[in-house]
Design a protein. Structure first.
Length: 482
């Protein structure tokens, strides 16, 4: 068996090769080059000691979450590299481990109501697959759900169950994200930090500034958490401050309205959790949302938001972009109305089981209304409805949407509960941060569909795993007192 030093050296060499081949990939505009260093490091792991090195694979995935890139083998087949291949391997490793060593499966999961909701969510997706308009697409979605839930919900109970491991987890996310932000700022500076320029400096790590800013705002919350937990006299404290400043600059220059709104919501959520006001606030938001949605549907009031085809344009100046947003004349928001109306019609058509997971793009055009059409409605990038809650309702039916909303609200409720019941200050801070991250993910997914992406989707399921882990820590605290 290879020694730990052997694998450490393998990792360092592969990291160096990653940088070299990334430069080659950017120069040649062919990002398949970035696969070379991973072939180097993964061969001994995959073919010789795969099952024995599950933990190393887990940390490798966490480290490369901010660095992953989208690779398209064909026009219809693509994956997030190296995340998805690693997730598939890790899921297989975990299943083999649990088969041959059932004691490794953490039994507290079976007693958790939150984990039960996750299981119900997954089982309902299986049911919806049977009613899918395109079964193949839905099966792909189902398989992806498996290799997100097992690594990010189940395995953290085994691999992140100590303070030292949670610290490693934070560093494995923050350091590579900081590298991405620094390179983006450097490249952006050559474009005078323009609004248009931000879209050109994120490749190959992020598809667009929305995905970039969404992950950045979540990791800034984790960075603030680390700052709270490190004493000011610690030598690492000043580096955390520097990293946070760079991250905030990156967020400002991402020119993402959704992420800025998420930041405000995150700050408010932190206050609400600490004051035990989050549950009441969620109830009020739910009532307001229900009334607003009912008003829009009543007598087709949503028709009041029909855009002017000639005035809904894309702005290259950010101040004009913001002004257009306020006046409801920004093309991105106008296109959202177009797809939301189509989603409403789709939900009405198939309210129980929906159209099947992963079937919005291939199904929505006949349900759209031409009066909401914009000049970008051809949807050449195959994007979806731009609201994950609506997407869930139209693909998994109203029941599927209710299950997901229950899961989402439960995460916030448990985060508040754990924050006030845990005695250990470290774990209390983790609970607070998890609640803030979940709330911010909720905000960005009101305007986007990011739960199924490798970056935000991974963070969401990691939040589920973190809440489950903290529930077990609370139980252990109570047992130690008794």
């Amino acid at each position: 068996m290879f020694s730990l030093n052997y694998y450490r050296n393998q990792f360092l060499i592969a990291s160096f090769l990653f940088i070299v081949f990334l430069v080659v990939a950017i120069i040649n505009n062919n990002f398949f080059w970035v696969s070379v260093p991973f072939i180097f490091i993964l061969f001994p792991i995959i073919f010789q000691y795969t099952v024995s090195y599950t933990e190393q694979l887990f940390w490798l995935i966490i480290f490369f979450l901010p660095l992953s890139t989208e690779l398209n083998a064909t026009d219809s087949l693509g994956l997030d590299f190296p995340d998805e291949p690693l997730l598939m391997i890790l899921t297989g490793c975990a299943i083999l481990k649990f088969i041959y060593q059932p004691s490794l499966f953490q039994k507290h999961l079976l007693k958790s109501s939150l984990f039960f909701i996750v299981v119900i969510h997954f089982c309902w997706i299986i049911v919806c697959c049977f009613f899918s308009v395109n079964l193949i697409l839905s099966i792909k979605f189902l398989l992806a759900k498996i290799w997100y839930i097992i690594p990010f919900v189940v395995l953290p109970q085994l691999l992140m169950n100590s303070i030292s491991k949670l610290k490693i987890f934070a560093l494995c996310l923050l350091i590579p994200m900081l590298l991405v932000v620094v390179q983006a700022l450097i490249r952006h500076s050559f474009l005078n930090f323009s609004f248009e320029g931000i879209k050109e400096v994120l490749d190959p790590f992020f598809r667009n500034h929305v995905n970039y800013s969404a992950m950045l705002i979540c990791l800034l919350a984790i960075g603030v958490c680390v700052k709270k937990l490190i004493p000011k006299n610690n030598t690492s404290y000043k580096w955390i401050i520097i990293g946070l400043v760079i991250g905030i600059i990156g967020l400002i220059l991402s020119y993402s309205r959704g992420a800025w709104l998420a930041l405000i919501v995150g700050i408010i959520t932190s206050f609400l959790i600490q004051k035990k006001l989050l549950t009441k606030t969620l109830l009020i938001i739910g009532i307001i949302g229900t009334i607003s949605f009912s008003f829009l549907l009543y007598n087709k009031n949503y028709l009041r938001f029909v855009p002017d085809f000639n005035s809904t344009i894309f702005h290259t100046d950010f101040s004009e972009h913001l002004q257009a947003t306020v006046n409801l004349k920004d093309v991105s928001n106008a296109e959202r109305f177009y797809r939301w109306v189509a989603a409403k019609n789709m939900i009405t058509s198939k309210p129980l089981f929906g159209f099947g997971p992963n079937n919005f793009y291939n199904s929505y055009k006949p349900y759209s209304e031409n009066i909401f059409k914009t000049w970008v409605s051809k949807n050449g990038d195959h994007s979806t409805v731009h609201n994950y809650f609506l997407l869930t309702a139209l693909e998994q039916g109203v029941i599927g949407a209710i299950i997901f909303i229950i899961l989402f609200v439960s995460l916030l409720w448990y985060a508040q509960k754990l924050y006030h019941q845990l005695q250990n200050e470290f774990y209390r801070t983790i609970a607070l941060t998890t609640g803030v991250v979940v709330a911010m993910i909720g905000v960005v997914n009101m305007l986007s569909d990011l739960i199924e992406t490798d970056k935000i989707g991974s963070l969401f399921w990691l939040c589920v795993g973190m809440i489950l882990l903290l529930q077990e820590k609370l139980k252990q605290e109570k047992e130690s007192i008794a």
